[in-house]
Design a protein around this ligand. Sequence first.
Ligand code: SF4
Ligand code: SF4
Length: 101
Amino acid sequence: MKTDISKQGLDVKWQDMTIGASIVHSGGSEQFNTGEWRVDRPIFLVDQCKQCLLCVPVCPDSSIPVVDGKRTDFDYDHCKGCGICAKVCPFGAIEMKKGVK
Ligand code: SF4
Ligand code: SF4
C-alpha cells in the first residue's frame, strides 16, 4: 500500500493506492518540480545585474541560486513566476515574460 505522495502517480495500480486515495504524507518541492505551474517566466538580464542580491531573499521558492556570492540564473524547476523578484530589483535586471512558461 502506498503511503507517500511522492510514490503516487498515474503509473500506480489501484491495488497499490491508499484506501480512499488518502494522502498520508505530504510532498514538497524536493519531490516535485513546482515550476511546472508557472505561467509567466522571469528572465535574468545579466548585463544589468549589479549583484545587490535584493532579489534572493524575497523569492518564496528559493529559486534564485547564489554561487560564490553571486546570483546565477533562475531555478526554473521550482520558480513559480510570481514576479516578486522583478518588482524588487532596482536595476531592471529581471524581465517578466507574460504567458511564457
Ligand atoms: S518569479 Fe517568483 S518564484 Fe520565480 S524567481 Fe522570481 S520571486 Fe522566485
Ligand atoms: S535585485 Fe536585480 S540587480 Fe540585484 S542581484 Fe537581483 S537581479 Fe541583480
